[in-house]
Design a protein around this ligand. Structure first.
Ligand SMILES: [Mg+2]
Length: 341
C-alpha cells in the first residue's frame, strides 16, 4: 500500500458521562488519517481515557513517532500488521496503535471495496447487539422505549446509598424484564465490593463490571467467589499476559474488550481467541470516543469468532437506533470524523 499523505489532528466533543473515575465533560482524542494516490482517506481514532493529560500527550507522541517513521522511510511497512509491529517495537501507546491500524484497514477496505469487518473475518456479523449506558430514569425510559433490553449503570459514583436509590428508580422505570448491569470502574476494595453487591442485588443485577481496582486480579476472583452474580473484568484486561492470569485464576465470568485500550483489531481478536479457548464470553465495547473509533469497535465486534461476537455500548445520546447496531457494509469503515457520536 503506497501512502501519499498521513497525519493526525486533535478532536474534542462534549460527552457528559460520570463514573467512579470522575465526570467526563469533554471527550478528547486524535483522528489519524492516511491517504493514497487516488485521494482515498482512511481514518483512525486515538482516545485515551480522560483525566490524565499525560496519556493524551503519549498518544500524540506515538502518532508523531509513527508519522515521522512513515514519512522518512520504508519502515514501518504501511500495512495493518506492519504498523502493529512497529508500534510494539517502539512502545507506542495502545490508543495510537488502534488509530493507525484502523486507518490502514479503512483505506485498505476502500481500495478493495470491502468493509473493515470483512477484512478481519470471512463471514462477519451484519449487526451487533448493544446495551445502553444510562444514569437516570429519563435515560432508562428512552432506552427501553427504543427497544433496549439491557441497561448498564455506573456505580461507585457518589456513595452506596446513592447507587442503591438510583438503581431503585431505574429498575422501577425500566420494568422487571430489563437486564441491568452495573459498572464500578474499580471503585471498591474487595470486602466492600462484596457487601455493596449484596446490597445492590435487590435490584436484580445480572452483571458487575470491574468491582475492584484493575491490577488486583486475585481480589477480582475473591469477589467473584463470594457473590451470586456474574463478574466482568474490564480495566484489568490490558493484554495477553494479564488476560491469561484472569482466565487461569477464574477471576471473571465475562471479559470486556475495548479495542481502544488494548491496541486495536489484531490485539482484540488475539484476546478474544484466548477467551474463546477458555469458554469465557466476551463483550466488545467502544470507549465513548468519536464516531470513527466507535465504528471500529463495531467492525471488530462483528469479526470475532462466532461464540464471542460481543456487545457494543449505546450511550444515552445515541440509543434511538435501538439495540441492534448495523455493521456498516460498504467499503472501509463507514465513518468519518464529524459523524454522529
Ligand atoms: Mg467498564
Amino acid at each position: 500500500m503506497k501512502l501519499t499523505s498521513f497525519g493526525y489532528r486533535a478532536y474534542s466533543f462534549p460527552l457528559g458521562v460520570r463514573s467512579a473515575r470522575g465526570a467526563v465533560g469533554l471527550r478528547r482524542g486524535f483522528h489519524f488519517y492516511v491517504q493514497d494516490a487516488e485521494g482515498r482517506t482512511g481514518w483512525g481514532d486515538a482516545a485515551p481515557w480522560p483525566g490524565d493529560d499525560q496519556e493524551l500527550r503519549l498518544a500524540s507522541a506515538g502518532l508523531a513517532n509513527l508519522t515521522g517513521a512513515l514519512f522518512h522511510g520504508t519502515r514501518p511497512a504501511p500495512t495493518p500488521s506492519g504498523i502493529a509491529q512497529f508500534c510494539r517495537a517502539n512502545a507506542i501507546t495502545p490508543e495510537a496503535v488502534c488509530a493507525a491500524e484502523l486507518a490502514l484497514l479503512d483505506l485498505l477496505g476502500q481500495q478493495l471495496g470491502r468493509s473493515v469487518s470483512s477484512l478481519l473475518h470471512a463471514e462477519p456479523s451484519v449487526s451487533v447487539r448493544s446495551h445502553a449506558l444510562v444514569d437516570d430514569v429519563r435515560q432508562a425510559e428512552l432506552a427501553v422505549a427504543a427497544g433496549f433490553d439491557t441497561l448498564k449503570v455506573k456505580v461507585g459514583v457518589a456513595d452506596l446509598d446513592d447507587d442503591d436509590a438510583r438503581l431503585a428508580r431505574i429498575r422501577s422505570a425500566a420494568g422487571p424484564d430489563v437486564r441491568i448491569r452495573i459498572d464500578a470502574n474499580g471503585a471498591w476494595a474487595r470486602d466492600q465490593a462484596c457487601w455493596a453487591i449484596e446490597r445492590l442485588m435487590r435490584h436484580e443485577i445480572v452483571l458487575v463490571e470491574q468491582p475492584v481496582q484493575a491490577d488486583l486480579i486475585t481480589d477480582l476472583g475473591y469477589v467473584r467467589s463470594r457473590v451470586p452474580v456474574d463478574i466482568a473484568a474490564d480495566e484489568s484486561v490490558t493484554g495477553p499476559v494479564g488476560l491469561r492470569r484472569i482466565l487461569a485464576e477464574g477471576a471473571a465470568d465475562v471479559i470486556v474488550l475495548k479495542p481502544m485500550f488494548i491496541g486495536g483489531a489484531a490485539a482484540t481478536r488475539e484476546l478474544a481467541e484466548l477467551c474463546a479457548a477458555a469458554e469465557v464470553p466476551v463483550y466488545v465495547t467502544h470507549a465513548l470516543e468519536s464516531a470513527v473509533g466507535r465504528a471500529g469497535a463495531i467492525h471488530i465486534a462483528a469479526s470475532l469468532p462466532g461464540a464471542c461476537r460481543g456487545v457494543v455500548c449505546g450511550v444515552c445520546s445515541d440509543v434511538s437506533g435501538g439495540p441492534d447496531v448495523a455493521v456498516p457494509g460498504g467499503a472501509g469503515l463507514g465513518a468519518v470524523p464529524g459523524g454522529a457520536v
